[in-house]
Design a protein around this ligand. Structure first.
Ligand code: MSP
Length: 629
């Protein structure tokens, strides 16, 4: 069986995952799933890049250890990938022992090859990009890549003889013309290497967060040397030789355009030095922009993926990203464009097709797929054409085109139903055969279409197959089983349900910006601090609106041992009558204050949505005065 080993970049753990990260990962997942559809033995690796100065800086700011930072952020990536149905085979964290062992082994091999020497590094370091720069490379004194401030470094350092690999790299590029896709990026790399390579600093002295240099633990290995090695340590290097030889070299590294040099120059050089085979291909994608700016945490224009999933669904988000983003260019995110895609392509075109055609099978054919056979509806040929060139389409990563062509077929099936009018054919027994053929062909098209789009929208595809009554998952389908006519006569449909609902934006408003950042040390409260709050259950005995105020209600509450007056700003949400007899939660030791002339001796807890308070209460009655903790 042909193997296919694909990787995502491993993500820095100093912030929440955002749509840019989601794109790198979902794109890789789509490629991995298409290769499974082709019948390949796929290994798909992702993970987190947990070392380096950036992680150390975040830890310092938060007053916790870098490992704590990693332990808090890494699960957020893992959970998001799971939620998005990312089908990775493994997840590597660079803090794992299996990774440390491998990084040190690569370093040792480079040393044994006389490619590492001790020297002194004098120059600049950009923590944001974790990149070394010489004076001459700076632009206006700042990092030439991201424009940020750089730090002066003058310290002992191990160097890697990158200069030695200029010629070997250039000849490798010549022999491997499809090493970097798209081609324009490849030309940039070749020009860069032709311009001459300087030896590269590969250790840091004044940094403790990283993999120690073998036999000189004063130094830690430079974070990119460490991070890039994940691609081999994640498939068993050096200890699990069987796994390693089964999958290495990688068939594809998926990366964003900002990290091309690390992958196409440094990484092959490290591998050549360690005597290991080079990866076959690197796919470079553009950036996602929000109003023309790269989306990134430091720019504060992050679109939170979980909020997008809540609104548009997993498949809605996946479909939008893959349908809208040509690999070579940057793409713009906007709420309108994602809404348009979900409503028109998924809910209207596909969703309606599935529901009306299967409802007709239910109604006119007793819920079983009628006849089987080799018919020639107008959409059969275009669909077969897509399948026969699928291998090339996947090799070209032409997913927007693939989806566009598939949706042409979807619409052609929709037109066919409109023309054939099965509801009229059903009226007379003389058109029974034609009715059966029309419905069979429609169901068969749905079966093939679902399998074809499953790598992009796995949930939708699985649902379609389930409703068609198929026992397998569409997301586990194999191309060789998609020949026309594969759907068996008599297959009993599953339970029918709408696969997509239209989203009404006006009803829902803009996607909320969720900022679930982790807290710094000062932002936490201790249990003792929390216990200082005197939270108790009380029953409302009397309530009246305060004259002259729209919002305020005066409440008389029974705290078991005492009766108190509390003023609450809830008059717009509750009438006094509906409050009487209810148990509420009161902060009993809040400093008393006067509101509209009434002394308030405590505060009632309520949740507030869009400024509308909803009272917090207790499930089940408890004696008044019970402490809440
Ligand atoms: N840790 C390094 C990668 C090491 S790989 C051995 C790193 N991490 S990152 O978290 O900053 O970025 C990971 C990936 O996300 C990169 O491919 C990057 O291009 C991608 N994206 C980050 N922001 C992006 C957008 N706004 N749009 C698309 N992708 C972008 O770099």
């Amino acid at each position: 069986m042909t193997k296919y080993y694909i990787t995502t970049p491993i993500y820095y753990i100093n912030g929440l995952p955002h749509i840019g990260h989601v794109f790198s990962t979902v794109l890789s997942d789509v490629v991995a799933r298409y290769h499974r559809l082709l019948g390949h033995d796929v290994f798909f690796l992702t993970g987190t890049d947990e070392h380096g100065q950036k992680a150390e800086k975040t830890a310092r700011e938060l007053g916790i250890t870098p490992k704590d930072v990693a332990d808090r952020y890494t699960p957020l990536f893992q959970q998001l990938w799971q939620r998005l149905r990312v089908s990775n085979s493994d997840f590597i964290r660079t803090t794992e022992p299996r990774h440390h062992i491998g990084v040190q082994e690569v370093f040792r091999r480079a040393q044994a090859n006389n490619d590492i020497y001790l020297g002194k590094y004098e120059g600049w370091y950009c923590t944001f990009d974790e990149a070394f720069w010489t004076e001459g490379q700076l632009v206006d004194g700042n990092c030439p890549d991201c424009g940020r401030k750089v730090d002066r470094i003058s310290e002992e350092s191990y160097f890697f003889r990158l200069s030695k690999y200029q010629e070997p790299l250039l000849s490798f590029y010549r022999e491997t013309p499809d090493f970097i896709v798209p081609r324009t990026r490849f030309h940039e790399v070749i020009r860069f290497v032709e311009g001459g390579l300087r030896d590269l600093s590969v250790s840091r002295l004044k940094l403790s967060w990283g993999v120690p240099v073998p036999n000189d633990s004063k130094h830690v290995i430079y974070v990119w040397f460490d991070a890039l090695s994940n691609y081999i340590t994640g498939v068993g290097f050096p200890e699990n030789q069987q796994l390693f030889h089964r999958y290495w070299p990688a068939d594809l590294h998926v990366i964003g355009k900002d990290i091309v040099r690390f992958h196409s120059v440094y990484w092959p050089a490290f591998l050549l030095s360690a005597g290991l085979p080079l990866p076959r291909q690197i796919l470079v994608h553009g950036w996602w922009l929000n109003e023309d700016e790269k989306i990134s945490k430091s720019r504060g224009n992050v679109v939170e993926p979980n909020a997008l999933i809540e609104r548009f669904g997993i498949d809605g988000l996946r479909y939008f990203l893959i349908r809208e983003a040509p690999i070579e260019a940057d793409s713009s995110y906007s709420q309108e464009s994602i809404l348009r895609r979900v409503n028109s392509d998924l809910a209207n075109d596909l969703g309606n097709l599935v529901s009306r055609s299967l409802t007709m099978v239910q109604r006119y054919c007793d819920g079983t797929v009628p006849v089987s056979g080799s018919h020639h509806p107008p959409f059969r040929e275009p669909l077969e054409k897509i399948l026969s060139s699928l291998r090339e389409t996947i090799d070209e990563f032409a997913f927007p085109r693939l989806l566009a062509e598939t949706w042409e077929v979807v619409n052609s099936v929709n037109r066919y139903i409109a023309e054939q009018q099965p509801w009229n054919l059903a009226k007379s027994s003389s058109s029974r055969e034609q009715l059966n053929n029309v419905l069979y062909d429609t169901c068969e098209a749905l079966r093939v279409i679902a399998a074809l789009i499953a790598p992009v929208v796995p949930n939708t595809a699985d649902q379609i197959w389930k409703q068609l009554g198929l026992s397998e998952n569409a997301s586990g389908a194999q191309l060789r089983n998609l020949q026309w006519g594969g759907l068996q006569q008599g297959t009993r449909l599953g339970e029918l349900a709408p696969i997509f609902r239209r989203i009404d934006e006006k009803e829902q408003g803009p996607v909320p910006e969720v900022k679930a950042e982790i807290l710094s040390q000062e932002q936490y409260v201790t249990i003792e601090e929390f216990q200082k709050l005197g939270l108790k259950v009380a029953e409302v005995k009397a309530a009246e609106k305060i004259q002259g105020s729209k919002k305020l209600i005066k409440l008389t509450v029974d705290l078991g041992s005492e009766i108190r007056t509390v003023v609450a700003g809830i008059a717009e949400a509750y009438t006094p009558e509906e409050l009487i007899g209810r148990q509420v939660i009161v902060v009993t030791n809040l400093k008393p204050t006067r509101l509209m002339g009434v002394e308030s001796n405590g505060m009632i807890l309520a949740a507030s949505t869009d400024g509308r308070p909803v009272l917090a209460t207790i499930i089940g009655p408890v004696p008044n005065g019970t402490i809440v903790k």
